[in-house]
Ligand binder design. Sequence first.
Ligand SMILES: *Cc1c(COP(=O)(O)O)cnc(C)c1O
Length: 404
Amino acid sequence: MFDVYEIRKQFPVLGRLINGKPNTFLDTGASAQKPQCVIDKMLKVYSEDYANVHRGSYLLSEEITLEYEKARKIVQKFINTKSDKEIVFTRNATESINLVAAAWGRKFLKKGDEILISEAEHHANLIPWQQVRDETGCTLKIFKIADDGSFIWDEFAKLLREKTKLVAVTAMSNVLGTIFPIKKMAQAAHNVGALFLTDACQFAVHHQIDVQDMDCDFLAFSGHKTYGPSGIGVLYGKYDILEKMPPYQCGGDMVDHVSYEKTTFAEPPARFEAGTPAIVQAIGLGEALNFMMNLGMDNITAHEKELTKYATEKLSEIEDLVQIGTAKDKGGVFSFVLKSVHPQDMAFILDKEGVALRIGHHCAEPLVHRMGYESVARATLGLYNTKEDIDRLVKAIEKAKTFF
Ligand SMILES: *Cc1c(COP(=O)(O)O)cnc(C)c1O
């Protein structure tokens, strides 16, 4: 049974009053709150188990190396990879995508090649490709989405061709909530000989992922959005592809043999984890993913689906409110504007009411412009949100309207 009120008790910060009001946290899309088990685990490691990994000849170092590698195996289970060697720990999804752009893109792309992305990308899945384009002379193609934020198969298929070497798309938009048909898109990409990368930053927070079933070549997500700590991210890559890629950064831990003249590099994933990694964060992430899997990914999805329906209805009853991103296939991301109140003014009132959401372009400036705005408000759901949270949001928006 998924009892959201019981689950909320495991997130201490949700019990805190904000400006004297209940903490109505609707910004999980930016970063999620952490359950007590993650906090406890990290505290324990720092208090009792800490040492560096992969080097010591003493008990603490051996133990923590096992814990760190155990975290990798938890990630393996979370996204169902064939091998734990296909999991690279990074700082965040941004670094995961930059790693692919720098190591794979620079080596394998040239003039005449094309990268295909969508209009709905986060800056983290746009700017690295612009950079690779400028360095290699390849072309960056961007397929259109519908005005309501829907994915349009023909727009995607139209730009997919022999020249396409990489398709890099979000699995779920952080502004529109739109969910892309990743498995079908990966198949189409492979049909023209392109690799397929998906930015699963938002998708991983709400859905079961199976990289073997999706058949994606790369997948990225961030620990801090999946109820884990900040400072840790994941890059999944198919082993035979990772194996052909040069290192991203160089230094300790990623080498095989080093002399003054020449260095040979370690096999993946060590090749891509230069220097001391985010040890405790990786272990904390493992704990967070176990927490989600214990609740049941299907239960999380079902709970949020019901809330998404509720929020969509409640928000559409507010006069003057325009929802941005109303695709049929969407998750718990609600971007909106009020015709009569600037997002900044509204957010000020909402904060006084204890409601946390984000305003701005949400690191997707071209997308927000394409939808016709400079700045929008965005409420995002997490597994701990309730209908009461939505009711408080609606009440606070109504209150904001009376001020202006
Ligand atoms: C948050 C987010 C990112 C970037 O994540 P970081 O943790 O900041 O690296 C990339 N893509 C999407 C869709 C996101 O929501």
